[in-house]
Design a protein around this ligand. Sequence first.
Ligand code: SF4
Length: 391
Amino acid sequence: MNKHALLSASGAAKWLNCTPSARLEEKIPNRTSNYAREGTLAHTLAELTVNYWLNNISEMDFENQKDELVASEEGQEFFNMEMQEYINDYAKLITDKVKAAKEVCEDTFAELEVKVDFSKWVPDGFGTSDCVIVSDKILEIIDLKYGKGHRVEAAGNLQMRLYALGALEYYGQLYDIEKIRMTIFQPRLSGVQSSDEITVKELLKWAEEVVRPKAKEAFEGKGEFAPSEEICKFCRAKEECRARYDYNLNIFDESPDPLLITPDEAAAVLTKAGDMRGWLDDLEDLVYSALMKGEKVNGYKIVEGRSNRAFADESKVVKAMKKAGYKEALLYEKKLITLTQMEKDFGKKEVAEILKDLIIKPKGKPKLVPESDKRPEMQINEAVIAAFDEN
Ligand code: SF4
């Protein structure tokens, strides 16, 4: 088995919507980000912690393996108390679910980091599901998303459905399963969890009618490119893709005709240009990387950026200032670390408990977002206008 499937479950939103993307991405080297490294560490810790919470391993084994993990390169870089707290929330979610399911069916069991194979519908399609709970007639797939960038909904989630197919392919042969529940847990987004359910019949219908034909096209690199803000940002070809380039450059063809445009017309352009901001950053990255490799790019060059002066050796600075007659106490300042840093170092719950009423959250400034944004609309009244006019 390859480490990365061409048509992966996590990339399903891309290749099911923009079928030629998978073969195009093959031409672009895969870069590992720090977010991905942090996510991998969190998932390894999650597997270990849940195994301990489910009594699959002893406390000593848990502590020893955790010490090893924390001492690893990723552990040194990304582990903190906050991470363990978030993972404990995930472990609680799993153990609560297993306990509740056992009350109905005592044969319920959970498996972690399950390799799921959905190659019956998707050429070479496989992935790893964080947790599968098998109970009476119901199979639950749980996915831990450690990122805090954006909320991911389980409803209609293509990645979860492919995991469900792979899990059904295996467990469906051994157990009588009628329904599949898919749950996404995002501990860093205030423990958001969302679930969706699908019957086995509906899932298999979707697999035959949608997945199989689209996967064939994607595997063969055929079909239409479908650039969009939601999909392109997760694509490895996002910088070089010509379809995205054409789509973004053609976006302003339908110019409104009056001399002065209305807010509605401006909003229509903003909606269409949703991908433009990210795309311009991607283009900048592309030109920057080419120049850094020594290639020539018309109209651009690399210059030395601004830099700030710094002390070459702090202990020698202190010595020199003291020798010049300045008191050591005057050379240092005492500064409180930020709330975010405290939560990382000491754990979110611990800090919340100690500081209780000492944490305030001022009202956010009015912000323009598309209507599809999940947040409730802010009521604009005179008090709001006055409050933000002063600033
Ligand atoms: S950048 Fe967008 S349009 Fe281009 S291949 Fe990727 S997903 Fe498709």
